[in-house]
Design a protein around this ligand. Structure first.
Ligand SMILES: [Zn+2]
Length: 155
């Protein structure tokens, strides 16, 4: 009989993933956990405050074409302009750039055994999604954003 240790190694790796998600001291808008829970649905809380991911193709914002601006659901900061939205086919609202370079913050995310660029609202720290390098020109970036983190306001 062969001993298989792969899965025990997997478990040890997963134990480390929660570190770093609560570094919120530097954000301009801060709320207690209870305040966040009171203003967000369970899914919104899981995505925005615990870096969860909504199921693909579930966001009504996938089909929104604008014109208008997507704001942070956590603090109402304008984050993405519909003019920069495109259909990536992934099932999540996708943009090739943020409305302003300083609207979002980023950090390295090593969950899921790969290195990704996590992005969040600059003002309240709410998790938005990830940024990948397979987007369209002129930036070549794909901001893959959870719709539950955003509120659309048509122009
Ligand atoms: Zn925010």
């Amino acid at each position: 009989m062969q001993r298989r240790s792969f899965f025990s190694g997997l478990g040890a790796g997963l134990g480390l993933t929660a570190i770093g998600t609560r570094a919120s001291a530097a954000f301009e808008v801060t709320r207690t956990e209870a305040e966040w829970r009171a203003m967000l649905s369970d899914l919104e809380y899981r995505v925005m405050r615990e870096e969860g991911t909504e199921r693909a193709f579930t966001s009504p914002l996938n089909d929104v074409k604008g014109p208008g601006v997507f704001h942070c659901k956590g603090c109402d900061l304008p984050l993405y302009d519909a003019a920069h939205k495109y259909d990536s086919g992934t099932g999540w609202p996708s943009f090739w750039q943020a409305i302003a370079p300083d609207a979002i913050g980023t950090k390295e995310d090593r969950k899921l055994f790969m290195v990704r660029t996590e992005c969040h609202c600059r003002r309240c720290g709410s998790h938005l999604g990830h940024i990948f390098d397979d987007g369209p020109q002129p930036t070549g970036k794909r901001h893959c954003i959870n719709g539950v983190s955003l509120v659309f306001k048509s122009a």
